[in-house]
Design a protein around this ligand. Sequence first.
Ligand SMILES: C[S@@+](CC[C@H](N)C(=O)[O-])C[C@H]1O[C@@H](n2cnc3c(N)ncnc32)[C@H](O)[C@@H]1O
Length: 187
Amino acid sequence: MLERMNRSHKSENDWGLDLLHINPKTILDIGCGGGATIQNLLKRYPEAQIVGVDFSEVAVELSTKLNKDAINKGQVKILKATLENLPFKNDSFDLVLSINTYFFWDDFITGLEAIKKVLKNNGTMLLLGDSYKGVDLTEDVQEINRNYQLKLKSPEEFKSALKKLGFKDIIIKTKEKEQWIAAIAKK
Ligand SMILES: C[S@@+](CC[C@H](N)C(=O)[O-])C[C@H]1O[C@@H](n2cnc3c(N)ncnc32)[C@H](O)[C@@H]1O
């Protein structure tokens, strides 16, 4: 399942990562799943130190396997951890991203607060979702959302939550045909 996700999320990842015009030295990928986003990040930012976290043991194993060369070089670390209890000091990362996870979070605001804490001042946050509230969802996506009880947010809800928490330079983009949403903001 996570290996299939690695393939199906590639173009969504590219769309979201192409929206960033930064050169981060330290990156955190929360909910790294099968680890494919970390591979993409390594190509884009060959000098960066990258940490992936996921609360699933299987995801940690797969991400570790996929990124073993970069792990052996000391450039990547994969840890078992939850968004709500990240094992990092405040102000640690230039870029914190989380792809296709926001709708699983227990609480959207608590999740965003956790991200803000570990971001450096002026650091960038990227959230990507392959579905959002307010767009016409295809029947199969609606069924997945019902089965997993995903907590979808609308672009307006993304914007107002980020504003409320004091994020700056907020950009919300959607790709309606694909039902994708990207939220980018700075601490
Ligand atoms: C749909 S998968 C996406 C994986 C990957 N980001 C991608 O786009 O292919 C969601 C992943 O987020 C992880 N996850 C969800 N909520 C989490 C949380 N609160 N803390 C850590 N990991 C979480 C899940 O275990 C899963 O591996």
